[in-house]
Design a protein around this ligand. Structure first.
Ligand code: TPP
Ligand code: MG
Length: 684
């Protein structure tokens, strides 16, 4: 047994009649499932059937019996509306996706939802449908592969060495994010990324000429891609040959395949009507006749199943890798154990101590720094302890402070080899960065994080949402929150962003007030294996808030200061809830009110999302029923009323351009105003 990766055995190329049988099996399943659901998109699966035969029948290295095998090729259907193409491929090649699931296409609790969802259907690598993001995820997967290969492969031992294949359509190419991600793929020389473009000239509104006149091959050449143009997408051998060439390239490859949408349907082929409508019973009858497909709906002849069956080859491919990994383990036991840990997403054994040490160090030093700086201090410890932390920034590294002494800048040499760096200059590409991070997380082996200004989180938003939907561990570092950034003015001042990010189900939003809260927020984000997190951080310095217990920060909200801490022995008459930079303000107001004999409790709530998940008893202990609540946060007030607040000191307008201290006064973020608001609530 050679220790270097041999090409895995693939089935011998099918003969013409056989390829037609394989392609038509896809066409039949797609049109019948869409017809049964009376909903869905038959055009793309029918038009890409031969491309699928070429890739899945002759190149894709995967094991239907074990979809999670570490070194499998990754496949992304970026034009996710063509989900029936993927479901047909998974079913036919032997994944655990029975024909009953295809009959249940788009129905409640089926494994065949309208668009592919990772984590739900075996073999679906990423959730696609929002056009342009799938190909961007694929860029992240290919990046992760390249970085892991550099880190773990040794001479004669290639344990990481797979391709990432992506299908995409006109829609993905029209979306701006495809520019962001594909430009990065070119700059990174991701030679194992192969994209197959379904160039059918049709999108929903019709023939794309009037709105999509780009020269796509030239566009991708300018990114530094290897472009194979003019391939007949209905010629399996031609597509097969193009893929074979792509696999030898030193750049990412785009294969432009000319196709006919809805091919096989006599009256719908080549029309926008084929895109997203069931063909209808009559047209299906005509299509069956035209294809020479006599079988009943959902009935696939045995010989088609036999041709598609990838189980034996897949098992052999994986067994081959297992054997090579065993040799690797024997030669490099520590590396092998580390690779296994990283791909599982487990944290190292000493992690818990690292997390505690960082929080305690922050507490002991009690520094007055901006929370973005506090984040860098925490990251300094965490990036040292966790080689899987893969940082980055959308051209704001010096502002986001996402880099540390153990994360030098990632660079690719002219031959495409990475330099071992762990901080990515994503360029000014927030959405692309977020979707690439999702792809990296989906691939496994890394915990990606990336920074930009909080106000530009809107650019990334749909990818953040997709991370939450997919339950991915990615961390967004959003600095320069709210009006504290001062002179740059309202374009750069996030007022609605904290509230709007908190609305994304499954996303943990943290707005820490000092170094200890920031360290704990980072630790929680890192430990959240199946959730993305967003850290909202200040540009301006924040004083340290002394606290009785560090462990309570991880509960998202906790009692920071009781009236006793400002010399009052009575129970709190009111509770001020504050986050981030406003916690210090709340503590000042508490002192002012104490002079007047008014007893106030200050609750720090660095994460409303995390606090909301605590037990009812804990929440009631922090926010007692009998004391009115006043929230203080430099942002829109909407989200705070759910805590039963009697008043909210917030900003329900845009900010202004001025020095931060002037703005704090202008918008009422002074201890005087907070104290006055509490007094008004109490009628004192
Ligand atoms: C971001 C985003 N915008 C809009 C849509 C709605 N949509 C789904 S498919 C489609 C047209 C896609 O055209 P193309 O990729 O060429 O697909 P084809 O019709 O060729 O299958 C649109 C606008 C979407 N899914 N995602
Ligand atoms: Mg199209």
């Amino acid at each position: 047994m050679s220790a270097t990766a041999p090409p895995s055995a693939m089935p011998s190329p099918a003969r013409p009649g056989q390829t037609a049988l394989m392609a038509n099996a896809i066409r039949a399943l797609a049109m019948d499932a869409v017809q049964q659901a009376n909903s869905g998109h038959p055009g793309a699966p029918m038009g890409m059937a031969e491309i699928a035969v070429a890739l899945w029948g002759r190149h894709l290295r995967h094991n239907p019996a074990h979809p999670q095998w570490a070194d499998r090729d990754r496949f992304v259907l970026s034009n996710g509306h063509g989900s029936m193409l993927l479901y047909a491929l998974l079913h036919l090649s032997g994944y655990d996706l029975a024909v009953s699931e295809l009959r249940n296409f788009r129905q409640l609790h089926s494994k065949t939802p309208g668009h592919p969802e990772s984590g739900l259907t075996p073999g679906v690598e990423t959730t696609t449908g929002p056009l342009g993001q799938g190909v961007s995820n694929a860029v992240g997967m290919a990046l992760a592969e390249k970085l892991l290969a550099k880190e773990f492969n040794r001479d004669g031992h290639e344990v990481v060495g797979h391709h990432t294949y992506v299908f995409l359509g006109d829609g993905c190419l029209m979306e701006g994010i495809s520019h962001e991600a594909c430009a990065l793929a070119g700059a990174w020389r991701l030679s194992k990324l192969v994209a197959l473009y379904d160039d059918n000239g049709i999108s929903i509104d019709g023939q794309v000429g009037p709105w999509f006149a780009d020269d796509t091959p030239k566009r991708f050449e300018s990114y530094g891609w290897n472009v194979i143009a003019g391939v007949d997408g209905h010629d399996v051998d031609a597509v097969d040959a193009a893929i074979a060439r792509a696999k030898t390239a030193t750049q990412p490859t785009l294969i432009c395949c000319k196709t006919t949408i809805g091919k096989g349907s006599p009256n719908r082929a080549g029309t926008a009507k084929a895109h997203g409508e069931a063909l209808g019973a009559d047209e299906i009858k005509l299509t069956r006749a035209a294809l020479g497909w006599p079988h009943e709906p959902f009935v696939i002849p045995e010989d088609a199943y036999t041709l598609w069956d990838a189980k034996a080859v897949g098992t052999a491919s994986e067994a081959d890798w297992d054997a090579r990994f065993a040799l690797y383990r024997a030669a490099f036991p520590d590396l092998a154990a580390e690779f296994t840990r990283r791909m599982r997403g487990d944290l190292p054994a000493n992690w818990a101590q690292t997390a505690v040490d960082a929080a305690v160090a922050a507490h002991t030093k009690a520094e007055t720094v901006a929370s973005r700086k506090a984040s860098q201090l925490a990251l300094e410890a965490f990036t040292q302890a966790l080689p899987e932390l893969l940082g980055g920034s959308a051209d704001l590294t010096g502002s986001n402070l996402t880099n540390t002494s153990s994360t030098p800048a990632l660079r690719m040499a002219a031959n495409g080899s990475p330099n071992g760096g762990r901080h990515i200059n994503y360029g000014v590409r927030e959405f692309g960065m977020a979707a690439v991070m999702n792809g990296v997380a989906l691939h496994g082996g890394f915990i990606p994080y990336g920074g930009t200004f909080l106000t530009f989180s809107d650019y990334s938003r749909n990818a953040i949402r997709m991370a939450a939907l997919m339950k991915l561990r990615v961390v967004h570092v959003f600095t320069h929150d709210s009006i504290g950034l001062g002179e740059d003015g309202p374009t750069h001042q996030s007022v609605e962003h904290a509230a709007s990010l908190r609305l994304i189900p499954g996303l943990d939003v943290w707005r820490p007030c000092d170094t200890a809260e920031t360290a704990v927020a980072w630790a929680c984000a890192i430990e959240s294996k199946s959730r993305p997190s967003a850290l909202l951080l200040s540009r301006q310095n924040l004083p340290y808030a002394p606290k009785a217990r560090l462990d309570e920060i991880a509960k998202g909200g906790y009692v920071l200061a009781e009236p006793s801490e400002v010399g009052l022995s009575k129970k709190a008459q009111a509770v001020i809830i504050a986050t981030g930079s406003e916690v210090a303000l709340a503590l000042h107001a508490q002192q002012q009110l104490a002079i007047l004999g008014i007893a106030v409790r200050v609750v720090s709530m660095p994460s409303t999302n995390v606090f909301d998940r605590q037990s009812a008893a804990y929440k009631a202990s922090v926010l007692p029923a009998n004391a009115p609540r006043i929230a203080v946060e430099m942002g829109v007030t909407d989200g705070w009323w759910k805590y039963g607040c009697a008043a909210v000191v917030g900003i329900d307008s845009y900010g202004e351009s001025a020095p931060a201290p002037v703005l704090f006064k202008h918008f009422g973020f002074t201890a005087d105003n907070v104290a006055a608001t509490v007094r008004a609530v109490l009628g004192r």
